[in-house]
Design a protein around this ligand. Structure first.
Ligand code: GLN
Length: 491
């Protein structure tokens, strides 16, 4: 394995800037790893090899000087629900199987502006709905294999574990060294869960910190784009480029993110609360418990005050999320109707076109969620579901606000277990527990990060750290402190 692909983007860009390596060498190292690993891992829906090689070679001929942008020649893999101009973007749905966006999402435009090379489009759950990446149309239809977690359980001879979802391809691509960093999206945990399952860092910014323009929406009041990487430094580097006000997204925050104080940060005296409602040990796998306990010990050793706290409103988070996110999804996905966008069913009378198209074009998970979302928005049920959920969401937000008056950050597991098996059958209840610790964060628009902490039985397990709204810089400093304490997880 080439040593280049193990380097962080901070190291790679230093090597490019001091002319020790060329962009084309970096890209061909990752492309050859792609050739080796992708047959097993299936992380990508679309790989734009020729374009990558051409762009990188073009960059080789440009002068390197003080004006050379920070990500010059750095490959970044992008989740396939983020629009890339001229490069197919499907959201892993048949509906958009052949959609070629005429524009870049703001995050992609900013990455390209900083010199990055868009390195393929990663597989995901269809329309970002799910926690395994198995609901991808491309995996379901057999057009490609399901994305595999690159980590093998000690007892497995083959790749038997899911990468998590919905940004499973983005996490697997980084964990398998096919890309140094990637972008994912997180509506209820879709960056943090795959990061935890695959053993990489996954960061969901505060709602509004990063523009959503060009993201194929799921629940627009929850959706966030964020990076997955191997180190916190790389996460900071990508975030400082993609974040900030965007006039094309009216919910984007006017205050730019400021990471300039990160180097002077001290954990000493910081207060960290472990949320009791998210740490019910009888429902957690032992490696997950150990990951959280290790983090608690690390922060205590570094001088933080770590104690248990209670946030009872969190117990309402799952039903509230599934009412509001699905209501928003049913509205967002209405545009995929075979008339304005995408796949269109043939040979049906005009009256039936809409129904036939959507019946064939969406998978079962998405259809079920559109039905539910439409149901809770119905005029006669609006008060009972939608309005009550809005009120409960405000109460959850208020309780977080109270807690953050005292605490600098909150510590929880990311999920109840390590990566599940591909064929693992869970009850609806068990399934819902997977997202219990991540969903509340999106309801309150908070920033949170999933940090790898331990490897047990060959599989990684991480913990989640949550900070107050727009306290992203503090969150990333705390994450960095843990990384310095524990070292980057070796895989
Ligand atoms: N698993 C959650 C869901 O299916 C979260 C998905 C996401 O964050 N996009 O809704």
């Amino acid at each position: 394995m080439s040593e280049l692909i193990k380097k962080s983007i901070t190291e790679l860009s230093e090597l490019i800037h001091n002319k020790s390596i060329k962009p084309s060498e970096v890209c061909s190292a990752f492309l050859s790893q792609y050739d080796k690993a992708e047959v097993d891992i299936n992380a990508f829906i679309t790989m734009n090899k020729d374009e990558i090689a051409q762009t990188a070679h073009g960059m080789d001929n440009l002068p390197i000087n003080a004006d050379t942008p920070p990500l010059f020649g750095i490959p970044v893999a992008v989740k396939d629900n983020i629009c890339t101009k001229g490069l197919r973007t499907t959201a892993a749905t048949k509906m958009l199987e052949n959609f070629i966006p005429p524009y870049d999402a703001t995050v992609v435009e900013r990455l390209r502006g900083a010199g990055a090379i868009i390195f393929g489009k990663t597989d995901m759950d269809e329309c970002a709905m799910g926690s395994t990446t198995a609901s991808s149309y491309f995996a379901r239809s057999g057009a490609k294999g399901a994305v595999k977690n690159p980590n093998k359980h000690d007892e497995d001879s083959s790749y038997s574990r899911v990468p998590g979802g919905s940004s499973g391809g983005s996490a697997a691509a980084v964990a398998a060294f096919m890309a140094p960093v990637s972008l994912g999206s997180d509506t209820g945990g879709s960056i943090r869960l795959p990061a935890h399952y695959c053993g990489v860092v996954g960061y969901k910014p505060s709602y509004g910190a990063v523009s959503r323009y060009g993201l194929i929406g799921y629940g627009s009041s929850f959706d966030c784009i964020g990076p997955l990487a191997r180190t916190v430094c790389d996460v900071v580097k990508i975030t400082s480029i993609i974040s900030g006000r965007d006039k094309k997204d009216s919910t984007s925050n006017p205050q730019p993110m400021d990471f300039s104080n990160n180097n002077n940060f001290s954990v000493k005296g910081k207060k960290i609360g472990i949320i009791r409602e998210c740490f019910e040990k009888d429902k957690m796998a032992p490696p997950v418990i150990r990951a959280v306990e290790y983090a608690a010990k690390a922060y205590a050793d570094m001088g933080a005050e770590v104690e248990f706290i209670s946030l009872p409103r969190i117990n309402d988070a799952l039903p509230v999320y599934y009412i509001l996110a699905l209501a928003e999804a049913s509205s967002n996905l209405a545009r995929l109707d075979g008339i304005r966008y995408g796949f269109r069913s043939q040979n049906v009378a005009a009256d039936d076109l809409y129904t036939a198209t959507r019946t064939l074009g969406f998978g079962d998970v998405v259809k079920r969620r559109i039905w539910l979302g439409t149901y809770v928005l119905g005029a006669e049920r609006n008060e009972e579901y939608y309005q009550r959920a809005i009120t409960a969401r405000a109460a959850i937000f208020a309780q977080f606000q109270e807690v953050f008056k005292v605490y600098d950050a909150l510590l929880t597991p990311v999920s109840v277990s390590q990566a599940l098996k591909h064929d693992e059958k869970l009850s609806d209840y068990e399934n819902s527990l997977i997202d219990k610790c991540t969903v509340p964060v999106n309801l309150a628009g908070l920033p949170a990060i999933s940090m790898p902490a331990v490897v047990e039985n060959g599989l990684p397990a991480g913990f989640q750290l949550i900070a107050g709204r727009f306290e992203d810089a503090k969150l990333l400093s705390l994450a960095k402190a843990f990384e310095n304490y524990a070292g980057v997880l070796e895989q």
